[in-house]
Design a protein around this ligand. Structure first.
Ligand SMILES: [Zn+2]
Length: 148
């Protein structure tokens, strides 16, 4: 799927295009038994695409969320890093799942990542990259080769 960098995303719930930041919503889950924070998602603003908070509460998970357009600000970027630091330094109880966290950070702040990630594994298997290149040129190269 063709995407405008840092302006459009693919919804983790319905798989359709999120056309602009105002149409998006950011959410995650906190496990009340283990304090693990995971399940970071970008979805459409509106009920059908949200996590089912009631059903998840029965599984000891609480939904956290925020407007997607707010998540794209420099203030939110700083806050995300601060949150991670506090978690890893064990200054808060929340234990952030690091692989999911780094992926949501790429999706929110790295130009062309959201489009290139659709082809990341296939292009890696094809020897197109070594999973270390995240420059705009690297990602645009993947999109040019695999995007349709
Ligand atoms: Zn959706």
């Amino acid at each position: 799927m063709k995407l405008k960098p840092l302006k459009q995303w693919i919804c983790d719930s319905c798989g359709e295009l999120i056309k602009k930041p105002e149409d998006g919503w950011w959410e995650y889950l906190t496990d009340t038994k283990t304090n693990l924070v995971s399940g970071f998602r970008i979805v459409h603003y509106g009920d059908p695409c949200y996590y089912d908070g009631q059903a998840l509460r029965r599984k000891n998970k609480i939904v956290g969320d925020m407007h997607l357009d707010h998540m794209l600000t420099s203030g939110a970027f700083g806050h995300m890093l601060h949150w991670l630091e506090l978690s890893k330094a064990k200054q808060i109880d929340e234990d952030i799942e690091i692989t999911e966290f780094t992926e949501i950070m790429r999706r929110l702040y790295l130009p062309y990542w959201e489009e290139a990630r659709q082809y990341w594994e296939q292009s890696f298997k094809d020897g197109f990259h070594d999973k270390c290149g995240f420059s705009e040129n690297d990602l645009l190269g993947i999109i040019a080769e695999y995007g349709k």
